[in-house]
Design a protein around this ligand. Structure first.
Ligand code: NAP
Length: 296
């Protein structure tokens, strides 16, 4: 392997320690511990696993976490009423509505109800809109895209003037990452399912962020020598040698790409751990905002 490994697990761990230290300092000064409220609507098992992981991570750094679960047939008004109640609760600094919502609920209206100052997931339409405007700053940046940018910084990628390719244009990963890269003065090409000659575009990329959800889609000979590769993909593939019967791979063929890239994230252990670390960071920031301190 020629590329430097960007170790998301270790980087996320040190971020969590920083958050814990700041939370401890707050509490020692007599300030309340930051509070995160999570809302799950319906019975999506993956949502329950993610939210459980978020609560555990909060506990480890001293953030108070409060879980709310509503049934799948919750009416729109009731979902919005819960969010409004959390907006008014001073113990709650951050509100996370776990997506996707069950069919029949208007996701945008629910997200729009979250107070901007408590939008620690960064999906409020105003926060996303500010990301898309030159010279405007969102209060919170969505956690996975923020994690991608942090890993690029830690991996030493020069973004100014760089050619960046983002594979995928989803609301939660591809599009916000693209906007953040533009803000960092990269020249960004966004690829999606209708894009022609994706290998040719990637061959010109100094920075590649892959978020398509197709196992090992990007091949080693598509990578520009020395490029920085951030692999957001998390895909299960069958593996009879594992007890579980499967293993996780990214959207990039790691073994091939690692021979060509300058720096690369692994899967697992790359972007994945960063998402929760960024959520903890955003929740701490929300608590500071509530104190009247706008410290990033
Ligand atoms: P998504 O909503 O399914 O979006 C996939 C994107 O890839 C779409 O923009 C789609 O294009 C594009 N695409 C699909 N097939 C393509 C092809 N053959 N060629 C080029 N583009 C193609 O996925 P997502 O939610 O962004 O997630 C992407 C991956 O990241 C998944 O593996 C997911 O598990 C992972 N993920 C990881 C984390 C984390 O680590 N914390 C968080 C979120 C997601 P169209 O827009 O044209 O359909």
């Amino acid at each position: 392997m020629r590329a430097n490994l960007i170790d998301g697990k270790a980087i996320a761990e040190s971020l969590r320690e920083e958050v814990k230290k700041s939370v401890d300092e707050r509490v020692a000064k007599g300030l309340p511990a930051p509070g995160l409220a999570t809302v799950i609507i319906g019975d999506n098992p993956a949502s329950k696993v993610y939210v459980r992981m978020k609560h555990k991570a909060c506990q480890e750094v001293g953030i108070l976490s409060i879980g709310h679960e509503l049934p799948a047939d919750t009416p729109q008004e009731e979902a919005e009423a819960l969010v409004k109640k959390l907006n008014d609760d001073p113990k709650v600094n951050g509100i996370l509505v776990q997506l996707p919502l069950p069919a029949g609920l208007d996701e945008e209206r629910v997200l729009n109800t979250i107070s901007l100052q408590k939008d620690v997931d960064g999906f409020h339409p105003v926060n996303i809109g500010r990301l898309a405007q030159k010279g405007r700053e969102p209060l919170f940046i969505p956690c996975t895209p923020a994690g991608v940018m942090y890993l690029l910084e830690q991996g030493g990628a020069e973004l100014q003037g760089a050619n960046a390719v983002v594979l995928g244009r989803s609301n939660i990963v591809g599009m916000p990452v693209s906007l953040l890269l533009v803000s960092a003065n990269a020249t960004v090409t966004i690829c999606h399912s209708r894009t022609k000659d994706i290998p040719g575009l990637i061959r010109q990329a100094d920075v590649l962020v892959a978020a398509v959800g197709i196992p090992e889609y990007v091949r080693g000979d598509w990578i520009k020598p020395g490029a920085t590769v951030i692999d957001v993909g998390v895909n299960r593939i069958e593996d009879e040698t594992r007890k579980s019967g499967y293993r996780l791979v990214g959207d990039v063929n790691f073994d091939e790409a690692a021979e060509v890239a300058g720096a690369i994230t692994p899967v697992p252990g790359g972007v994945g751990p960063m998402t929760i670390a960024m959520l903890l960071r955003n929740t701490l920031r929300a608590a500071r905002l509530a104190d009247g301190n706008d410290v990033a």
